[in-house]
Design a protein around this ligand. Sequence first.
Ligand code: DC
Length: 231
Amino acid sequence: MSNKIIIAIDGTSSTGKSTLAKRLAKRLKYLYIDSGAMYRALTFYAIEKNYISKSHFNKTELIKDLPNISIDFQYNIENNKYEVHLNNNSVEKYIRSLKVSDLVSEIATVDELRKEMVKVQHFLGSNKGVIMDGRDIGTVVFPNAELKFYLDASIELRANRRYKELVEANYEISFDDVLSNISLRDKQDINRKNSPLKKASDSIVILTDNFTLDQLEEKLLSYINPLISKK
Ligand code: DC
């Protein structure tokens, strides 16, 4: 019998979900799926096609164009990573910009778009052995996931972390812009009608402020390991 499970990690922006999920996936030899990257890739497409900007959103045209959009993950042998692909091209290096971050939560409100993303996510999780992070993984995408974590941290810590990451990746950006983007995205993600960010009733809530990444990794493993060995 397979001992592979599905691990859902949800939470507010920049709590370290993806860093932790990547580390855990490596340790467990699981597939890591960054569901936020899918919404970001979709947003990148919508910006390129001029369906969305700060002043307009042509939702109907974007929905009509959905059959022409394919979003998936492909393995990059050069850096040993799964990268999000938009119509077969890696868009990893474009999707973390503030331009995309500023519009992604708006894109993520649209039910028709979410349904398509969830289809892909279900397919990716069909063989289990997956760690997926996002906002609705434990509540909507995999409500029967064997293990669900909900991560949160103070806004200052999250903004600091994101700011450092972006500066390291050579984005020209101010701390205040990062802070306001995170705070606005939290509000939009929590208050939207479709699949809002919320704690699943059976999730394990972890506040990450006072822990190092190593400590957090061990903490999550202390829940994961007994479950995997029990199966
Ligand atoms: O994880 P992230 O910050 O890269 O996600 C970007 C945005 O995508 C986030 O603000 C909300 C949206 N998102 C979502 O609605 N549902 C998910 N499962 C993952 C992300």
